[in-house]
Design a protein around this ligand. Structure first.
Ligand code: GLN
Length: 197
């Protein structure tokens, strides 16, 4: 089974590790650049992206992650999606620039701040829309996507689940739902990237 790391500096990494196990991968927690060696893929979890950036700098992980994500599959959820974006606003901050998306942080105000919604998603291998539970927690909004980005699900017309090549991002927390279709999809992207190397 593919070895998939979960960045474990801050945020919701334990639940991602469990979800990866359920999706047939071998998870490991990543706290240092050395821990990236020999991994086939990586998840950047939700949490607080400004805090994560601080930890990335402290552990010299920013450059290491940029190198890793250029060649290997990565899946960013919520704060993790913010870290992967090309551009971050509200407020602006540095990012890895791996995904051709512009994100606006904390884009849903007040009551809409956090919500559990059932949205239609087209998650391969499914070839049509199917309902999926999406847990949003102080979620960012993907304000725009580049032409190479495939939108798998949207909320109010804004993408919430996307793929670009072997990179994935969700503005919600798939690890908090029992459904494993999204982690299964990432594991299959990791497997096909591994074969083509
Ligand atoms: N609001 C957080 C941020 O801007 C993201 C929230 C989350 O990951 N659940 O980093």
């Amino acid at each position: 089974s593919p070895r998939i790391g979960v960045l474990a500096l801050q945020g919701d990494y334990e639940r991602h590790a469990t979800a990866l196990e359920e999706a047939g991968a071998h998870p490991s927690l990543v706290k240092t650049a050395e821990a990236l060696t020999d991994l086939d893929g990586l998840i950047l979890p939700g949490g607080e992206s400004t805090t994560m950036l601080k930890f990335l700098d402290r552990n010299s992980l920013f450059d290491a992650l940029q190198g890793f994500t250029r060649h290997k599959p990565v899946f960013g959820t919520c704060a993790g999606a913010i870290l992967l974006a090309r551009q971050v606003s509200h407020p602006a901050q540095r990012s890895l620039g791996i995904l051709d998306i512009a994100v606006e942080r904390n884009a849903y105000g007040d009551q809409r701040d956090s919500a559990i919604l059932t949205l239609d998603a087209e998650i391969p291998p499914a070839t049509g829309p199917e309902p999926v539970e999406c847990v949003f927690i102080r979620a960012p909004r993907i304000a725009s996507v580049g032409s190479d980005v495939k939108v798998l699900a949207s909320r109010d017309g804004f993408p919430v689940l996307i793929e670009q090549g072997h990179t994935m991002a969700a503005t919600f927390h798939p690890e908090l739902s029992a459904d494993r279709r999204i982690h299964n999809r990432f594991v299959s992207l990791v497997k096909s990237a591994k074969i083509s190397q």
